[in-house]
Design a binder for this molecule. Structure first.
Ligand SMILES: NC(=O)c1ccc[n+]([C@@H]2O[C@H](COP(=O)([O-])OP(=O)(O)OC[C@H]3O[C@@H](n4cnc5c(N)ncnc54)[C@H](OP(=O)(O)O)[C@@H]3O)[C@@H](O)[C@H]2O)c1
Length: 328
């Protein structure tokens, strides 16, 4: 019987167990290196979002790593490469939910929702009809989506309903979802699209190539009325450059779900999301990295992971195999 080590003590591990009954034993761990080595040094398959070099080097039988959610930057890709013979699979199952959330952040910034709510709770009607910060209209505007993969495509589909012209940029200049957008360019040709867009949404993976993509130069191309939304990974934006631009009103606003700094323990307290006080700016909507978290997605993570592991065990090609050289 094959052994699947699952880095999760969530009750949904039960979903993996029932999908893999009769073909593999599922062993849950708390994800610490110590317990992973103790319980799963001999695992054939690992289901986890975080995998260290030490575990990969010790797990000589390992043939597949399956993530639960999307994003593999917590998996040591160099160790996976040197081990040889490991297939790494991403999830992408939460793409539609993340797209809904990206558009929610865009609307929240455009319509001033957070300051409106905050002031009215205090009895202050400053933002009533006719007050400061009239709502920004979405319709007939142009949105640039950077990264037209699973999430970018779901964003494009939804923005169509708002009567928005859609531009996109990708690493290759191509995408299987190209038909969803009005223009698609390679990322090194993005400047004219940034200059003519009202909104920019980041939905690309964090890689050495994309880190710092949105720097002070990129921001200087943006219209002073534009809004940026980031639901991908914090370090794709240079935090100081964005903070300065927002503080000096060189762009209209930002909706940020992902950050440069996280608490040592997930869902911890007393850790501001950046060294710079974004939370003090009125033109930013801040969100604690939960774009992909819905009433259903946690269950779906486990369902997808189990089904994909089953494909692998049956000798079928699993979905979402990561290109180890590209890093996504
Ligand atoms: N906030 C959250 O809770 C949350 C949830 C899920 C995912 N995410 C993040 O969102 C990212 C995207 O997810 P996805 O499922 O849409 O990924 P995906 O399907 O792999 O799509 C990746 C897209 O990004 C493009 N890309 C890659 N590197 C680029 C670069 N340097 N410049 C421009 N475009 C680039 C790719 O272009 P090519 O096809 O040309 O290579 C592709 O169009 C994930 O990696 C993860 O970090 C966040």
């Amino acid at each position: 019987m094959l052994k699947v080590l699952a880095s999760s003590s969530h009750e949904n591990v039960q979903i993996l167990r029932s999908l893999l009954r009769g073909v593999a034993e599922v062993v849950p761990t708390d994800g610490t290196l110590e317990s992973m080595l103790k319980l799963g040094r001999d695992a054939d398959i690992l289901a986890s979002n975080r995998v260290s070099r030490e575990y990969i080097e010790a797990a000589s039988r390992l043939r597949m790593i399956q993530t639960f959610s999307t994003g593999i930057e917590k998996i040591d890709l160099e160790a996976v490469k040197s081990h040889g013979g490991i297939i790494l699979c991403n999830s992408h199952i939460n793409a539609a939910e993340v797209a809904e959330y990206a558009i929610t952040l865009l609307l929240a910034v455009a319509k001033n929702i957070i300051p409106n709510d905050r002031e009215l709770r205090k009895g202050d009607w400053v933002y009533a009809f006719g007050g400061p910060n009239p709502n920004i209209e979405i319709r007939r505007k142009t949105c640039l989506i950077i990264g037209l993969g699973n999430i970018g495509a779901e964003i494009a589909r939804r923005l169509r309903a708002f009567d928005v012209k859609i531009y996109a940029a990708t690493r290759s200049g191509d995408s299987q979802h190209a038909a969803l957008v009005d223009r698609l360019v390679r990322i090194d040709k993005v400047r004219p699209l940034v200059e003519s867009s009202d909104f920019v949404i980041l939905s690309l993976p964090l890689t050495p190539e994309s880190e710092g993509l949105v720097d002070s130069t990129f921001i200087s191309w943006m219209k002073p009325t534009s809004i940026i939304v980031n639901i991908s990974r914090g370090p794709i934006i240079n935090e100081r450059a964005l903070f300065d631009a927002l503080k000096q009103n060189r762009i209209r606003g930002a909706g940020l779900d992902v950050w440069w700094r996280y608490p040592p323990k997930w869902r911890g307290k007393a850790t501001p999301p950046s060294d710079i006080p974004f939370q003090d700016l009125d033109n930013v909507v801040v969100s604690p990295h939960r774009a992909g978290y819905s009433e259903n997605t946690e269950r779906e993570y486990f369902q997808f992971a189990g089904e994909n592991i089953l494909r692998f065990i049956r000798g079928e090609s699993p979905l979402n195999i990561v290109d180890l050289t590209r890093g996504y």
